[in-house]
Design a protein around this ligand. Structure first.
Ligand code: SPD
Length: 475
């Protein structure tokens, strides 16, 4: 996902074969194919063979460049790919180079370039007045004017609107612009109060129980005894309310970046906020990524990420460094889970998310629920932990107790939610697994959950055992 003016990936290929690193034809073919398959437009290319060994090359593309340098004597190649194209799959380009050079292990670092110049403007909620169907022509009585609030989805390349979900509002709309984001509260005849952030619908009184119950209980039940819980985001309090249904919980740190979300939720979403003042809870108004980075190692049993979609300040919560911090902050049996977007409306963002997850948890699992007010309706969640994390490994008596207070969650859903439609599996867990496999053999501590080996997790992950064999990942 693009944050700033461009993406720059630096890939280190170690342990490559001397002959491959010294083969200009192979390198030319691979670099041109890498660029082409990633979706970029080739303008020119130049390759240089060195004596006694080594090859350098650059492929200039309309969207910037790919370059590589090889050191056959060290079995090493450096590959850089820089692009300002929103739709270009830079990881795929690196995959193609890796297929050609077959490194023993690789490291990838992703840099966002020009981030200071590309701050995203606040998006106000879009509220439009429309005439009720059948209104008479001429002067229109006020009662015939309807106010609709719309969540628009934009094309990633052009920024133009391509999809809108509209809700008739009944009553007034509250809009508050803060330093971080713009929040609106409106009321829908079907879904009750609705909270929007920067024009995107976050939660409604009508269907929030589905999302919050499923995001809380499924991962909490996969931990034998969750005592210490971290919630990143979730300032409306709905997720916290569900977490506290678990009588094992002793402490919850809720880290919300924007105090305004808490304040507006306290005012407008009374059924969400019931647990905010519980004695086990500490609310931190702080940046969740920084909080996780500084959390003591092994200090949480469960970490739940209840963020907005990857826009503005939340982007970092969908990227590898944050997942690495979470993995470090979790105790050995720890579970991390979070919302993982729509396979329909955010197909590419979702693939990118699972590729990032897979570098930390190659066996990342995914589960789903239907949230009618989220775009596409079918909503997904990631769920990660130590290798061998088994979606059916939960205490059913505990699940039954928790479910007694729920409107959506049931012990049956605990496992059923992990059975994904094929296209969802291909866009989520298959991507994570492929991305993890690419990092097999990385330095210890890189790309693995605490105490885990990447190789162990990749072979026969629980979701793989529950599902038919995956078809090849197509990017
Ligand atoms: N597309 C919206 C997804 C939002 C997920 N988190 C919302 C916060 C609800 N507690």
């Amino acid at each position: 996902m693009m944050h700033g003016l461009g993406k720059h990936i630096l890939a280190e290929f170690y342990g490559c074969d001397f002959e491959r690193l010294n083969d200009p034809e192979l390198l030319e073919r691979a670099s041109l194919e890498a660029v082409e398959r990633s979706g970029a437009t080739i303008m020119s290319h130049h390759f240089k063979v060195f004596e006694p060994q080594g090859v350098s090359g650059v492929v200039v593309i309309a969207e910037s460049h790919l370059s590589f340098h090889t050191w056959p004597e060290h079995g090493y190649a450096a590959v850089d790919y820089f692009t300002c194209g929103e739709h270009i799959d830079i990881h795929l380009a690196v995959d193609v180079m890796a297929e050609a050079l077959q490194p023993g292990h690789t490291e990838r670092t992703l840099h966002h370039r020009g981030t200071e110049l590309a701050d995203e403007p606040h998006r106000p909620p879009i509220i439009e007045e429309r005439l009720a169907p059948g209104s008479p022509s001429g002067p229109v009585p006020a009662s015939d004017v309807e106010r609709w609030i719309t969540e628009y989805h934009l094309d990633r390349g052009t920024g133009r609107r391509q999809l809108g979900y509209s809700y008739l509002t009944s009553g007034g709309v509250t809009v508050e612009r803060g330093p971080l984001q713009e929040i609106a509260v409106a009321e829908s005849p079907i879904f009750g109060r609705m909270l929007f952030i920067d024009g995107y619908l976050m939660t409604t009184e009508g269907d929030e129980f589905v999302y919050h119950e499923m995001l809380a209980h499924v991962p909490m039940l996969l931990h034998p005894s969750p005592r210490r819980v971290l919630i990143v985001g979730g300032g409306d309090g709905g997720l916290l309310r569900e977490v506290l249904r678990h009588d094992t919980v002793e402490r919850v740190d809720l880290v919300e970046i924007d105090d305004q979300v808490l304040q507006l939720s306290r005012r407008h979403l009374p059924r969400h906020v019931v647990a905010l003042d519980d004695h086990r809870v500490t609310v931190h108004i702080s940046d969740g990524a920084r909080f996780a980075r500084h959390a003591a190692e092994g200090s949480y049993d469960v970490a739940l990420v209840d963020s907005t979609d990857p826009i503005g300040a939340a982007r970092v919560l969908f990227e590898e460094p944050f997942f690495r911090s979470l993995s470090r902050a979790l105790a050995p049996e720890g579970i991390a889970a979070g919302q993982s977007l729509s396979p329909w409306v955010q197909k590419q963002e979702q693939r990118e998310l699972y590729a990032e997850l897979g570098r930390v948890w190659p066996g990342a699992l995914s589960y789903h629920a239907t949230v009618p007010t989220y775009p596409g309706g079918l909503w997904t969640f990631y769920c990660c932990g130590a290798p061998g994390l088994d979606p059916s490994g939960f205490d059913s008596a505990r699940a039954t107790r928790v479910a007694a207070g729920c409107r959506c969650y049931t012990p049956e859903l605990q496992t059923a939610a992990f059975h994904l439609p094929r296209f969802v599996r291909q866009n989520t867990v298959d991507v994570a697994r492929a991305s993890g496999a690419d990092h097999e053999g990385d330095a210890p501590g890189e790309g693995v959950a605490p105490g885990a080996s990447t190789r162990g997790q990749t072979a026969g992950s629980p979701q793989e055992r529950m599902a038919p064999p995956p078809s090849p990942v197509s990017r």
